[in-house]
Design a protein around this ligand. Structure first.
Ligand code: ZN
Length: 283
């Protein structure tokens, strides 16, 4: 009897403690059907999230049927890069984030919706989709700070895939607090030349885009947050495929970034297997 009551008293508290997460997918030039289950598992294994998935119709499908109830969730994680959503779904998503919802833009999610002004304000910078100087400036890290550069050219590029070093530029943010200043990321695409409105960015980490791997010779933004109304946005450019997602640095920053976007706080400690300045660590 006593045991039963204790279970009844504890269980709902534990459940209520979890933040509801919605992953959106369904179209992507990447293998979303492989990566969404990994995103879901990585978030669920923290014990802090209850994760659901909303999948759009396939390309050229009837997008009027895609209308998730964003307001039921604390944070939306996008693994989507495809056809435009309906005007009403766009409006619902804008309202969700503007009024305090969390949003995580994962890898090619920042390729999506080049024509959607509010979405581009949320991600701050994006790539491909015919983005160019009309989309806004380039954002890079030079002389110790984030700078924007308004020169003509395409938005979005990456060189050859390779392991590369991430450098933390803001160690005071909850997402990066306690992480080593430099850590090796597993083989991945190093996005460069992203461009967009580039407003309200808190740059957390960069990577040097080596000319020898067909990069730009610039320190490119890899992880950053964006303020959009009352909403918190975490933007990770990392995680091209399931191999890149095995990097403990990717895993920890995804988990922490999602928690921060959901609640404004990060409660997890840095794990013992976090990568070092010269060694990739995988799970
Ligand atoms: Zn990719």
């Amino acid at each position: 009897m006593v045991v039963g009551m204790a279970v009844l008293a504890v269980a709902p508290v534990w459940a209520a403690d979890k933040s509801a997460v919605l992953i959106v997918d369904g179209q992507n030039n990447h293998k979303w059907a492989e990566t969404t289950p990994v995103l879901k598992r990585l978030l669920e294994e923290t014990g802090r999230f209850r994760v659901e998935v909303a999948t759009t119709p396939p390309k050229s499908g009837d997008m009027s049927q895609f209308k998730p109830e964003f307001a039921k969730y604390k944070v939306v994680v996008s693994n989507y890069n495809g056809d435009a959503w309906s005007a009403s779904t766009n409006a619902a998503f804008e309202k969700f984030v503007r009024t305090g919802g969390g949003f995580v833009s994962y890898h090619a999610a920042d390729n999506a919706f080049p024509e959607w002004k509010e979405f581009n304000e949320m991600i701050a910078v994006g790539g491909w989709g015919n983005r160019n100087e009309q989309s806004g400036p380039y954002a890079r890290f030079r002389n110790g700070k984030l700078v924007v550069e308004q020169k003509p050219g395409p938005g979005g590029h990456h060189g050859m895939r390779h392991p590369f070093q991430i450098v933390v530029r803001n160690p005071k943010h909850p997402i990066t607090a306690g992480l080593p200043e430099k850590w090796m990321h597993n083989i991945d695409e190093l996005y460069d030349s992203l461009r967009g409105p580039a407003q309200h960015i808190d740059l957390l980490a960069t990577a040097f885009s080596e000319p020898s791997t067909k990069g730009t010779g610039e320190h490119e933004p890899m992880l950053f947050t964006v303020r959009y109304g009352k909403g918190r946005v975490f933007h990770t450019t990392l995680g091209h495929d399931v191999e890149a997602m095995r990097c403990v640095g990717f895993i920890v920053t995804l988990q922490r970034g999602t928690e921060w976007a959901a609640t404004g706080k990060v409660t997890s400690k840095v794990p013992a297997d976090f990568p070092t300045a010269d060694t990739v660590k995988l799970r």
